[in-house]
Design a protein around this ligand. Structure first.
Ligand SMILES: Nc1c(N[C@@H]2O[C@H](COP(=O)(O)O)[C@@H](O)[C@H]2O)[nH]c(=O)[nH]c1=O
Length: 150
């Protein structure tokens, strides 16, 4: 038996819908977020004017740039909560868009890997040495959707 592996990173490449930069808006407590990246980055500064500035960023790249500004006083527990924040954003994304839910379920048992040398925490570091936390959380969400559908 071979294990299928799906690599994703850029939203315009195959499987790009799995990227947080893909243009799928989310609604959380009646507030709209243009992408899961906007929501994720703003969550570093929860309920501050700067979080709202990130929500209004014109594209996910700009949201990420603003969110990575370490002079802005991220919430102090960020590294303890970031996986839970990411999971919540992914659950919203893949439950609020039926086409995305179907796409994620269509990956079956494939190993999902955010393949990039730019990120060794959320991604695989380009050579498999990274933790691929985004891919692992997507697989958790996939399993939850699968159970919910059965
Ligand atoms: N896809 C993608 C990126 N990767 C994303 O960056 C986010 C992590 O940000 P941080 O924890 O602030 O370093 C997370 O959503 C990860 O998937 N970064 C990019 O600059 N371009 C991109 O196309």
């Amino acid at each position: 038996m071979t294990l299928d592996v799906i690599h994703f990173y850029r939203p315009t490449d195959p499987w790009g819908e799995l990227s947080n930069f893909a243009p799928y808006p989310l609604l959380i407590d009646a507030v709209e977020w243009p992408t899961s990246e906007h929501l994720f980055q703003a969550s570093k500064f929860a309920d501050t004017p700067y979080a709202e500035e990130i929500r209004r960023a014109p594209n996910p790249m700009e949201a990420a740039r603003l969110g990575r500004d370490h002079t802005r006083g991220m919430r102090r527990d960020w590294y303890g909560v970031r996986d839970a924040v990411m999971k919540k954003a992914l659950l919203a994304k893949f439950t609020q868009h039926g086409d995305l839910r179907a796409l994620l379920l269509s990956t079956g048992d494939a190993l999902l890997v955010e393949h990039t040398k730019n990120d060794r925490y959320w991604g695989d570091g380009g050579d498999g040495s990274g933790r691929n936390r985004l891919g692992l959380l997507l697989m958790e969400v996939r399993e939850q959707l699968r159970v919910a559908a059965s």
